[in-house]
Ligand binder design. Structure first.
Ligand code: GTB
Length: 216
């Protein structure tokens, strides 16, 4: 069955791989499933045809036969459950993988999104300079224990899984902030994720979309 996902026609990150379609592309590349991408303008994302697939008018979505999914975490989990390569066979190991996926999206990504919103939306506020270090502190509050738990391990829980795909994708969002620099093992962990051939294929595919949209 053909898999179709949606992505930005013209990604605001200029093809740096920060938009969430990258996570779905990466998962599909890891499990070796071909996919098609329907590109959407910001206007099309808010129109009824897309809102029936994604009630919030966002990307990515995932269509496979009659199945329509939104929420990147749910999409990546579905791919991992459907195709082999991203979830362990052992029941307990599977549950731990899913735990780390939730951890990436709930515990780690939440303060990172707060930092990005602060920098983009609140820069002009009179309290911006006072608030910024508090938001950064909340990120250190979750990065420190994550760094301690990862230690010198290659991946979070044994071999590479959907948990690492999600955690690396979330940590990548921190690169422009420089905050990862305080945690060399997390920086190395991100670099290991980015070095995977599946990551590179996904990154190249989304970058090609941006280059085509910007005329080269
Ligand atoms: N919880 C949803 C999920 O995980 O699928 C969130 C989806 C989401 O935030 N989608 C964003 C979107 O469609 C794109 S990825 N935004 C348009 C809108 O809401 O109108 C978030 C994103 C966007 C841009 C950058 N960037 O430029 O660096 C990074 C991340």
């Amino acid at each position: 069955m053909t898999i179709t996902m949606t992505a930005f026609e013209n990604s605001p990150d200029r093809g740096q791989g920060l938009a969430r379609d990258m996570r779905v592309r990466w998962a599909l590349e890891e499990v070796g499933q071909p996919y098609e991408v329907r590109l959407l303008s910001f206007k099309a994302m808010k129109e009824p045809a897309h809102l029936t697939l994604q009630p919030f008018g966002q990307i990515p979505t995932y269509e496979e036969g009659d199945l329509v999914l939104f929420e990147t975490g749910a999409i990546v989990l579905h791919i991992a459950e459907q195709y082999s390569g991203l979830l362990p066979q052992d029941t307990d190991a599977r549950a731990r993988t899913i735990t780390w996926m939730f951890c990436a999206l709930n515990t780690i990504e939440t303060p990172i999104i707060d930092l990005q919103n602060t920098k983009i939306l609140e820069r002009q506020k009179p309290w911006y300079e006072e608030r910024l270090p508090l938001v950064e502190q909340r990120i250190h509050h979750v990065l420190r224990p994550l760094s301690i738990r990862l230690g010198y391990a290659e991946w979070l829980d044994g071999p590479f899984t959907a948990a690492d795909l999600m955690m690396v994708s979330v940590l990548i969002r921190l690169k422009p902030s420089g905050l990862l620099g305080d945690y060399p093992n997390l920086s190395d962990y991100v670099a290991r994720g980015e070095a995977r051939p599946a990551y590179k294929r996904a990154f190249a595919a989304q970058l090609a979309v941006f280059r085509a949209a910007s005329g080269g």
